[in-house]
Structures are given as structure tokens and as C-alpha cells.
Design a protein around this ligand. Structure first.
Ligand SMILES: *[C@@H]1O[C@H](CO)[C@@H](O)[C@H](O)[C@H]1NC(C)=O
Ligand SMILES: *[C@@H]1O[C@H](CO)[C@@H](O)[C@H](O)[C@H]1NC(C)=O
Ligand SMILES: *[C@@H]1O[C@H](CO)[C@@H](O)[C@H](O)[C@H]1NC(C)=O
Ligand SMILES: *[C@@H]1O[C@H](CO)[C@@H](O)[C@H](O)[C@H]1NC(C)=O
Ligand SMILES: *[C@@H]1O[C@H](CO)[C@@H](O)[C@H](O)[C@H]1NC(C)=O
Ligand SMILES: *[C@@H]1O[C@H](CO)[C@@H](O)[C@H](O)[C@H]1NC(C)=O
Ligand SMILES: *[C@@H]1O[C@H](CO)[C@@H](O)[C@H](O)[C@H]1NC(C)=O
Length: 522
């Protein structure tokens, strides 16, 4: 499965600056949540400068091994007062040194809310839109990022570093972009909560695009509450991204989900799309035979939800799944995003500031650059995906428009929305590994929450180029999927599940930085 897109900034929240310090009971940074950090800052236990120093020290401890962080922000220590310029790269040397005219809208909103941008995550280059022969978390500029639940673990992608950073507290939380699962999938294997919002809930202005019809910027955090707090900050209309102007729900405070998770579950109406799970577990699809432990954990979770009073419909099937699978296998489904890359990337490049050495202008230019610049590792890593994108019909052609309309139907009335409406349900659940299918083509939202870990009996399997894809202790998640703009509902269920199970806490990273606030303060 190809996973797409660019994860970007990671951050730490700061609110107040205080003079006295109180060194007892610092929150542990690999688990600290927003409320603990805010409380510590407000009480003067530590300052935001301490927090930045601690995160930078933690990054330094592990980054040589993990390559999770591509660049730290040189201004991080003084940024609390100033909104200095931010440099951007795309994991490719093609855009190294390029300058955006101003912050992306999501970053501007985070800064305005008091967040400090610590740096940039290492990602899968061009959101995995370049090569058929590359790896998750690899970029020419950033090197190979790996995850922490098994040595040399495949971090998944494409928001690879974003997930690793949040997972072990190299920052408070991170952002990523999801086109076909690029937030959901790294959240899955890194034991974090990831939100893929409805396309149009968060602005993509000045975020390097893959497909504006499917791209969605969302948070990766350690708890549902923290992810919801981040979403509340970054959501909302932006004249520079017209998809954000059609949200029918003006209430963008996503932190108001019900605290009483028992009541949520007692009134819960949850569906399982059994027919997609039949595909997910079929031997022709699950070629590595790794779905077994995931399904065991999934059905144990379903049992638990039922025991807590939730009504679970086990046959909330997608009515047009057969057509989806046909289009998935013959590639017609993905023609929309393939066509969009060649159109949307030049549109983004147009927004960059002019500079002495001209930047590439088109995807052809980027392909040519990639094939000639030695550090881009060509031809060992090819440009087959660029080739496919450049060969796709034009993004504005009638053919792509028709396919886009079909995709919206297959994901909507013939998929998720139909399953919810026909069965009077609030939310669908599937293992996160099965969640990008159907969901992303219709721009629908999903939230991944930790569900379990591969058992000690799990055979160790390489994914590619020496990275380990499946092994004992590697995490996996469950996803809550819903109608467009239903994030409030999804969060309520995700929170209830998280509170009930507390799965994340059983994760055992083989590598953790040791610097804590107590080492910095005083
Ligand atoms: C120090 O912080 C702890 C935990 O936040 C708090 O319980 C305690 O009262 C604080 N002590 C002082 C002297 O402020
Ligand atoms: C946004 O603008 C593009 C280009 O003008 C158009 O194709 C698209 O339909 C618009 N989308 C919305 C949601 O208005
Ligand atoms: C939910 O119910 C369980 C008992 O099933 C109880 O232990 C827990 O405290 C309840 N949680 C809340 C938030 O009321
Ligand atoms: C849903 O799909 C499952 C698996 O394909 C199938 O066994 C079941 O009969 C279907 N149920 C309905 C109501 O269509
Ligand atoms: C697939 O994995 C399961 C464990 O999850 C194992 O019991 C089964 O034998 C495996 N099947 C094959 C064909 O290897
Ligand atoms: C491709 O890149 C090479 C090396 O940078 C350059 O010499 C050549 O002119 C480029 N070709 C095209 C068609 O842009
Ligand atoms: C990908 O690259 C590796 C390393 O060079 C090579 O062993 C492998 O055969 C290549 N695979 C494809 C599909 O080109």
C-alpha cells in the first residue's frame, strides 16, 4: 500500500513565563500531556525555555539513531517572543533553501495560540510520491528515520518522524498530512493518537501538497485530549484554501467531548464494516499473514465496548465495496491523487519566494533534478511514482473529474456514510491498518488510537531494505471513522476507548531519551 504525504512541524506549547522554580514532581516528557505542561508552566515549576531545552536535549540523545528530526528551529529558544522566519524543505534537495512567503496557516495558528515550533520532522520523501523502490521515513535530505518499538523498526509513513517524535516526547506533539493514510498509518505503528480531519477542516495553505482533493493536516499526540486541543487550534476557515470555507459546523472547539465515557459507551451506536475486514484478512490481501493478532485485539476491544453497553452492529457493510476493490486493484481509484500531484505541486512552487538559483517549477523539473543530483540516491531509488504521476490524465480532465465523483460515492453513500445512515450509527471502527481504504478517497475523517502490540510469538518480518515491519512489541491501532465534519463525535468515542483501555501505557520502546525537566531546571 502506498502511503502519502508530508508531516511537518512539531511543537511544544507554552503559556506563561515564571520566575520561581519548583523542581518536585516534573511531568515525565515521554508521557506529559498538555494539562500537566500548562500547570507546570503556570505554577512556575519550569519555564517554556526549560521545556525547549529539555526537548532539544532529548532530540540530541536519540536522533543519531532514529533520524526522527530533520531540522531544529534555531530560534526555538527565543521564539516565545518573536515569530521569526521559518525555513522549509521537502525532504528533497530540490527545495533546499526555498523560502515560503510566510508561515503556513496551521503553523501561524499554533504560534498565535502560544506554541513554539521546535523543528521539522524527517518524512518519507515527497510523501512517498517519488519512488516505487524507497522506504517509509527515508528522504535524501533527512536520511532514514526509524521507530522505537523494535530495533530498526519501519516507522511507516509518510508522516514518519512526526509519529516517532510524539511517541517518545521529543516534542509535546506534531503535525502531519494525510492523503491516503499518512497520519493514520504512522500513528498505528508508533503508539500515538492521530487525527485525519475531514478534508477542509484544516487549511493546507503553504503545506507542500500531494492532492488537495484528499490532503488533510492533522495532529499526532500521545492522548486524545492533546490531539483534540491541537485540532481546535488549527481548524477553521482560511480564504487561502477554499475547501475550508464549506464546513457547516461553526463550532471549532473540539475539546468539549463528554468526560463521562461510560455514558458515551452506554448510548454508543457503533458499526463494523465486516466486508472490508473480510478483504483485510484475506490471504491475497494480507500477504504477510500479520492481521491475526490485530483482529484478535480488535474483537477483544469490540467485546469490551459491548460489555460497557455499546450497541455494535457487526454488519455495517460498505454497499459498493466490490467496485472500490476493482478500482483499487486496477489503479483507477488512485488516478485522482496521481493526477493532482502534477498539478498541485507547481501551484505550491509558485507561492515560494524567488531566489538566486531558480527552484524547480514543475514536477518534470523535480524529476529531472532527482535523477541528476547525486545525493538523491537515483537510480538505486527510482522515480517510478513521478513517472506515473506525469503520465496520468490532467487533473482538470473530464476523466479525472468523473473518477473523483465516483470516489466520493464509493467512500460516501456507497461506503462509510451509507453504512452509518442505513444502520442508524454514529461511528464505524476498524483496525487502523484497514482505515485509509474507502475513507480517504471521500475526504472523510478518522482517528487512530492505540489498540495493542504484536505478541512475543510474532515472527520478525522485514518490510524493505532492512527495516522491520512486524515484530514482537510493535504497536497497532484502532480507527474511529465517520461522516464529514463529525470530528466531535469521533473524538468522544476515541476518548471513551482510550480511557477504558489505556493501551499506550503498555508500550515498551527499546530506546528512550533520558533528559527530563529536572536535569534542566536550576
Ligand atoms: C511544587 O509542585 C508540586 C507539584 O506540582 C506541588 O504539589 C507543590 O505544592 C509545589 N511546591 C511549591 C513550593 O510551590
Ligand atoms: C476550490 O477552487 C477550485 C479551483 O477554483 C475548485 O475546483 C474547487 O471546486 C473549489 N472547492 C470548493 C470546495 O469550493
Ligand atoms: C466507568 O465505569 C467503571 C465501572 O465499570 C468505573 O470504574 C469508572 O470509574 C467509571 N468512569 C467514570 C468516568 O465514571
Ligand atoms: C457483510 O459482509 C460480511 C463479510 O463479507 C458478510 O458475511 C455478511 O453477510 C454481510 N452482511 C450484510 C448484511 O450484508
Ligand atoms: C498465520 O498466522 C497465524 C498467527 O497469527 C498462524 O496461526 C497461522 O499458522 C499463520 N498461517 C500461515 C499460513 O502461515
Ligand atoms: C536536467 O537536469 C540536468 C542537470 O541538472 C540539466 O543539465 C538539464 O538541462 C535538465 N534537463 C531538463 C530537460 O531540464
Ligand atoms: C530496489 O533497490 C534495491 C537496492 O538497490 C534492489 O535490491 C531491489 O531489487 C530494487 N527493487 C526494485 C523493485 O527495483
Amino acid at each position: 500500500m502506498r502511503l502519502s504525504f508530508v508531516g511537518i512541524w512539531f511543537l511544544c506549547f507554552s503559556l506563561t513565563y515564571a520566575s520561581c522554580s519548583n523542581t518536585s514532581a516534573f511531568p515525565e516528557l515521554s508521557e506529559a500531556d498538555l494539562s500537566e505542561l500548562q500547570e507546570g508552566l503556570q505554577q512556575g515549576q519550569f519555564t517554556s525555555v526549560d521545556l525547549v531545552k529539555a526537548y532539544l536535549a532529548r532530540i540530541q540523545e536519540v536522533n543519531t539513531a532514529l533520524h526522527a528530526v530533520a531540522e531544529t528551529n534555531p530560534d526555538a529558544l527565543t521564539i516565545a517572543q518573536t515569530l521569526d522566519e521559518e525555513r522549509k524543505a521537502a525532504g528533497s534537495y530540490a527545495l533546499l533553501g526555498s523560502k515560503v512567503p510566510h508561515d503556513s496557516t496551521v503553523v501561524a495558528k499554533l504560534r498565535a495560540a502560544g506554541a513554539i515550533i521546535l523543528g521539522k520532522a524527517n518524512l518519507s520523501q515527497w510523501a512517498n510520491a517519488r519512488s516505487s523502490n524507497t522506504t517509509n521515513g527515508w528522504s535524501a535530505y533527512g536520511g532514514q528515520c526509524s521507530a522505537v518499538y523494535y530495533p530498526n523498526q519501519d516507522p511507516s509513513g509518510s508522516s514518519s518522524g512526526s509519529a516517532v517524535i510524539s511517541s517518545i516526547g521529543l516534542a509535546f506533539a506534531t503535525l502531519g498530512t494525510d492523503t491516503i493514510g499518512s497520519v493514520l498509518s504512522p500513528s498505528d505503528v508508533n503508539n500515538v493518537v492521530g487525527i485525519r480531519p475531514t478534508v477542509g477542516l484544516t487549511s493546507r495553505h503553504l503545506v507542500i501538497p500531494f492532492s488537495l482533493r484528499q490532503d488533510s493536516v492533522g495532529p499526532l499526540a500521545r492522548t486524545v485530549k492533546d490531539a483534540a486541543a491541537m485540532l481546535s487550534v488549527i481548524a477553521g476557515p482560511d480564504p487561502a484554501d477554499n475547501y475550508t470555507t464549506v464546513n457547516p459546523h461553526p463550532d471549532l472547539d473540539y475539546t468539549k467531548f463528554d468526560e463521562d465515557y461510560n455514558t458515551t459507551l452506554k448510548n454508543g451506536r457503533i458499526g463494523i464494516p465486516a466486508n472490508i475486514l473480510e478483504v483485510f484478512t484475506a490471504s491475497w490481501f494480507d500477504t504477510t499473514n500479520t492481521s491475526g493478532p490485530v483482529m484478535d485485539a480488535f474483537y477483544a476491544a469490540v467485546n469490551l465496548l459491548e460489555q460497557h453497553g455499546a450497541t455494535v452492529n457487526h454488519n455495517a457493510n460498505y454497499s459498493r465495496l466490490d467496485e472500490y476493490i476493482t478500482g483499487y486493484l486496477d489503479g483507477s481509484i488512485s488516478n485522482v491523487v496521481l493526477a493532482d500531484v502534477a498539478y498541485d505541486i507547481p501551484e505550491y512552487l509558485n507561492l515560494l519566494q524567488p531566489q538566486a538559483t531558480p527552484l524547480p517549477q514543475t514536477l518534470e523539473d523535480i524529476r529531472n533534478f532527482t535523477q541528476h543530483y547525486p545525493l538523491e540516491d537515483y537510480p538505486d531509488r527510482d522515480t517510478a511514482d513521478f513517472d506515473m504521476e506525469l503520465a496520468a490524465p490532467s487533473a482538470s480532465s473530464a476523466e479525472i473529474w468523473a473518477q473523483y465523483q465516483l470516489n466520493l460515492q464509493l467512500g460516501g453513500a456507497g461506503g462509510i456514510v451509507g453504512a452509518l445512515d442505513n444502520n442508524n450509527l454514529d461511528v464505524l471502527i476498524v483496525p487502523t491498518q484497514a482505515s485509509p481504504y474507502v475513507t480517504c478517497i471521500a475526504g472523510l475523517p478518522a482517528i487512530s488510537v492505540p489498540l495493542g502490540f504484536y505478541p512475543s510469538s510474532q515472527p520478525v518480518l522485514e518490510s524493505s531494505r532492512g527495516l522491520i515491519g512486524t515484530a514482537p512489541g510493535i504497536p497497532f491501532g484502532i480507527s474511529f471513522i465517520g461522516r464529514a465534519w463529525s470530528e466531535q463525535t469521533l473524538l468522544k468515542y476515541a476518548y471513551a476507548f482510550e480511557q477504558l483501555t489505556q493501551v499506550r501505557k503498555s508500550g515498551k520502546p527499546y530506546m528512550l531519551p533520558s533528559t527530563e525537566l529536572g536535569d534542566i531546571v536550576g
